[in-house]
Design a protein around this ligand. Structure first.
Ligand SMILES: [Cu+2]
Length: 577
């Protein structure tokens, strides 16, 4: 069973256990002996099942099981002991067993809540709240069942819960990333005379998709915005204007490792550009490859509404067929609309696939063998020819597919939908195998044998106070933006990240300003071409190890590129000391 499946199974037995015990308690209170015994047996089975899932998760990594072992397991043990004793002491009349069974139910419910609302890392506060909650619920049940609970029980429960709440809301000693820009925004360094100039004007607009008018936020009135192209060595100058996007806009150059002052993160590298304002970006196009730009202010809604476009930097002017395929979902409509462009047999074709949505897309090229020449703008070493194989492009990610046009038409399908073809073509691609980029192309030695800094990012969900409002946040190491401590590095450090997903959803991870080299996934080393990525899917239960050289000083966003997750807390910062 994969770790991801174990995490899901753990939640299922985690729900069934308290349901069984609480049902048994209620039946016992009503004097329904057979039902009470059956439900208690069900609760016991589910509790044993959870012991098995927790043991297996601990084997997969302490991150997956910490709070389950330290808090849930003792609660479960207490549940089984107390419920067992209660049943033994009620051999004929089941009613005296009601309270012990209810206690077991509350303990198991608390054990589940610790995982669902708190997660990793385990904390004394969570333990006290769980124990206190169990005691309080038991004391209340005792009163409802007609017995007077001792003052001591209430006192213990109250003290435990107050201590837990106190610990939970006590300010963390971490210095928040909000201090990052206390001293104003960085000043732009000169980069030389611009050789490519563009103006992007953000405004609300009505665009036509599949013949229908759709309300959008657009650059220069179109979705996606204009395709920006350059040749390596160009100096780009992009003037961003905002007509009427009330939330403000910025331009972030996704995957382009620009200087920090050009990175377009509002509140960190610049102020958001408000209606009537403008901001000029200048940077040297040193990295060839396929990239994209998008607003980083209110990026969840802004990108979804259409404030994005393609950036392609070519080593030399394009030859052959060179097509960009930026996939996006605009108000339920899939972009781009299908198009056909004939290619002469023998002509080289490069398809630049971009995923500008917040979730993974599956691309399949039918009718020809092809190679994956580059991922996230970086060329792969020794990419082999593959055929009838799909690629999964994470949110924000890019794959460049290359092939020589055959005589018969080829077609590119996204999630089974034809988006590009060189002629009439149909193919069933949804059952094709999927390429694993970690095992594709020619391997090379990892350039480092030691790491100056290592950070672990455990991705989860949890209850979080956002100001004074509680929210069910997407968390990193149990905290949510802006309370996640920044990762501090020195210029020149070799930095390793271990990224652990203990949630039940995919998190496409994205570090600004750097490409990271994939070292391993789930403890198995990457065996293919060196993979220098800026966006990669960390699926439920997965553990990724990546590393990079800290060679681009500044303050950098480091976040989930499911932008709704980032908005809900899954965002931190990498800072240079
Ligand atoms: Cu996410």
């Amino acid at each position: 069973m994969s770790t991801g499946s174990l995490l899901a199974a753990d939640l299922v037995v985690g729900v069934l256990a308290p349901a069984g015990w609480l049902g048994g308690g209620a039946a016992a209170a009503a004097g329904r002996r057979p039902i009470a015994l059956a439900l208690a047996a069900f609760g016991l089975l589910a509790t044993l099942g959870r012991a098995a899932t927790v043991t297996a998760l601990a084997g997969a990594g302490w991150w997956f099981a910490a709070e389950k072992v330290l808090i849930a397991a003792p609660l479960s043990l207490a549940a089984v002991v107390v419920a067992g004793q209660g049943l033994v002491r009620a051999p004929v009349d089941i009613r005296p067993a009601a309270l012990p069974l209810l206690f077991a139910g509350y303990a198991e419910a608390s054990a589940l809540l610790v995982t669902v609302l708190h997660g990793y890392p385990a904390s004394p506060a969570a333990g006290l709240l769980a124990a206190g909650g169990t005691a309080a619920a038991t004391a209340l049940s005792r009163r409802v069942l007609g017995a007077n609970p001792s003052r001591a029980t209430f006192l213990v429960a109250a003290v435990a819960m107050l201590a837990g709440i106190g610990l939970a809301v006590a300010p963390a000693d971490a210095t928040g990333a909000t201090t990052a820009h206390q001293h104003g925004y960085p000043a732009a360094a000169p980069v030389g005379e611009p050789t490519r100039r563009f103006t992007l004007t953000a405004a609300t607009a009505t665009v036509r998709v599949a013949g229908r008018p759709v309300a959008a936020w657009a650059f220069n009135g179109q979705v996606p915005g204009p395709e920006l192209t350059a040749t390596v060595g160009d100096v780009l100058e992009v003037t961003l204007r905002n007509t009427d996007i009330a939330r403000g806009v910025t331009l972030h150059w996704h995957g382009y490792d620009v200087p920090t002052d050009q990175d377009g993160v509002p509140g960190v590298t610049q102020a958001a550009v408000l209606p009537g304002q403008e901001f000029v970006y200048r940077f040297r196009a040193d990295q060839p490859g396929t990239y994209w730009y998008h607003t980083h202010e209110a990026s969840d809604v802004g990108v979804r509404m259409g404030l994005y476009g393609v950036l392609v930097v070519r080593p030399t002017p394009a030859t052959g067929v060179d097509v960009t395929v930026p996939v996006h979902t605009l108000a339920g409509h899939s972009l781009p609309e299908p198009r056909t462009e004939p290619a002469k047999p023998g002509e080289p074709v490069r398809l630049r696939l971009l995923n500008t949505d917040s979730t993974t897309h599956r691309y399949a090229l039918a009718g020809t063998a092809f190679r994956v020449a580059a991922i996230d703008g970086a060329d792969l070493a020794g990419p082999g020819s593959i055929v009838d194989t799909a690629v999964l492009v994470p949110a924000g990610g890019r794959y460049d597919l290359v092939f020589t046009a055959p005589a018969a038409p080829v077609g590119l399908f996204v999630d089974g939908r034809l988006v590009y073809s060189t002629g009439p073509v149909s193919a069933a691609t949804l059952d094709w195998p999927v390429l694993d980029p970690l095992a594709y192309g020619s391997a090379a030695q990892v350039p480092w044998s030691r790491f100056d800094k290592t950070f672990t990012l455990v991705l989860d969900r949890g209850l979080d106070l956002h100001g004074l409002l509680p929210r069910y946040a997407h968390t990193v190491n149990g905290a949510a933006d802006p309370d996640i401590p920044p990762e501090v590095v020195q210029d020149g450090d070799i930095v390793r990240f271990t990224i652990v997903n203990r949630s039940t959803v995919v998190h496409p991870w994205h570090l600004h300003g750097h490409h990271v080299l994939v070292l391993s996934r789930d403890g198995r080393r990457a065996t293919g071409s060196p993979l220098w990525l800026d966006s990669f899917d960390v699926r439920p239960g997965e553990v990724w190890e990546v590393a990079f050289v800290a060679d681009n000083p500044g303050v950098w966003a480091n976040h989930c590129h499911n932008l709704a997750h980032a908005q809900a807390g899954m965002m931190l910062h990498l800072m240079y000391a």
